[in-house]
Design a binder for this molecule. Structure first.
Ligand SMILES: [Zn+2]
Length: 323
């Protein structure tokens, strides 16, 4: 097991509630890795009550430790179903847990952020700071345990903006937890490593992961996730519709409002500053009627007149006249 393997193990554990590593577990890690990860800020001595794995039987059970204090020394014991009372060493009683604030600090250092992480939701969500991004900056957030059932209430603290880059230790959350825009979510386990006893983050891999995450989110939502880009795209679409091909909806709405093709064309021409022909209005109305999208109001005389001028209606009228 390399240091980077261990780092991935710790990051995966950071997405679990109360994940502890006991003596048996850390004993399998390469020598010196516990102090290393302690220095890096990722691990700390467990704050829970003393527990120790049983060294006596094959049961692999972990039990609460009972201290026996005598004048010259303290001894530690656990109970075992097979051997009843088993003495354990002080070292065996030590457990280790993920130090989440320490993790937030190490990430901020690795990203060379000027600000210190600020916990928004204790132990779950941190605002790490801002990183430069294409001439602007983007907020970097750390969120952990985003697969828990309360993930959406944690995600709500990020706000609606889709520009934040959300780092998670390992587990990708469900898209549906985000209040509005799906932010770029990047798993630290895929971009972090241990370099010179420090946590290192591959900047290029981070950028690529952000682009990739955004491309995926965009393909799902049809419109870009960045609200700024989204606004621009919507504006461009509206412009294109008004300038190039006026949507039938607009033409039909004007027709219904003004009661005749002539008046609608005149109003639209004035409104848009360019000529909209009466025929264009009629064609749109015809398409809308064929699609059954609207009923021509019976009580509007001007509309009735226009409708009567349509070939089919005229034919009907003629036949009616004949009878
Ligand atoms: Zn035992």
């Amino acid at each position: 097991m390399t240091k980077d393997d261990l780092l991935r193990l710790l990051l995966a554990a950071a997405d679990d509630l109360g994940c502890e590593f006991d003596h048996t577990e850390v004993a399998r890690w390469p020598a010196g890795t516990v102090p290393l990860f302690e220095t890096m800020g990722l691990l700390r001595a467990s704050s829970g009550g003393l527990l120790a794995p049983c060294p006596s039987c094959d049961g692999g059970h972990v039990e609460p430790v009972v201290r026996s204090v005598t004048t010259d020394r303290t001894r530690f014991f656990i109970t075992c179903p097979e051997d009843l009372r088993v003495e354990v060493t002080a070292e065996m009683c030590r457990g280790w847990e993920i130090h989440s604030n320490g993790l937030a600090n190490s990430i901020a250092d690795a990203l060379e952020l000027t600000s210190r992480p600020k916990a928004i939701v204790p132990d779950r969500l941190w605002r790490l700071g801002r990183i430069p991004w294409k001439g602007r900056t983007r907020a970097v957030i750390l969120a952990r345990r985003m697969r828990d059932t309360d993930a959406s209430s944690i995600a709500a603290h990020i706000g609606a903006g889709g520009r934040a880059i959300v780092l998670v230790p390992h587990q990708q959350p469900d898209d549906r937890i985000w209040p509005e825009h799906v932010p770029a979510v990047v798993a630290l386990s895929s971009i972090a490593s241990v370099e010179d006893s420090r946590l290192a983050i591959d900047g290029v891999a981070l950028m690529e992961a952000v682009y990739e995450a955004e491309a995926v989110a965009e393909s799902r939502s049809l419109l870009p996730v960045d609200p700024e880009i989204k606004k621009q795209v919507v504006r461009q679409q509206v412009k294109a519709e008004i300038k190039g091909h006026l949507e039938d909806d607009v033409l039909v709405a004007a027709y219904l409002e003004h009661g005749s093709g002539d008046k609608a064309a005149e109003a639209l021409t004035k409104q848009l500053g360019r000529t909209v022909s009466r025929d264009r209005v009629y064609r749109a109305v015809k398409r809308a009627r064929a699609a059954g999208e609207f009923e021509v109001p019976e009580d509007s005389p001007s509309v009735a007149r226009t409708v009567a001028s349509q070939p089919r209606d005229r034919a009907k009228k003629v036949s009616k006249y004949r009878n």
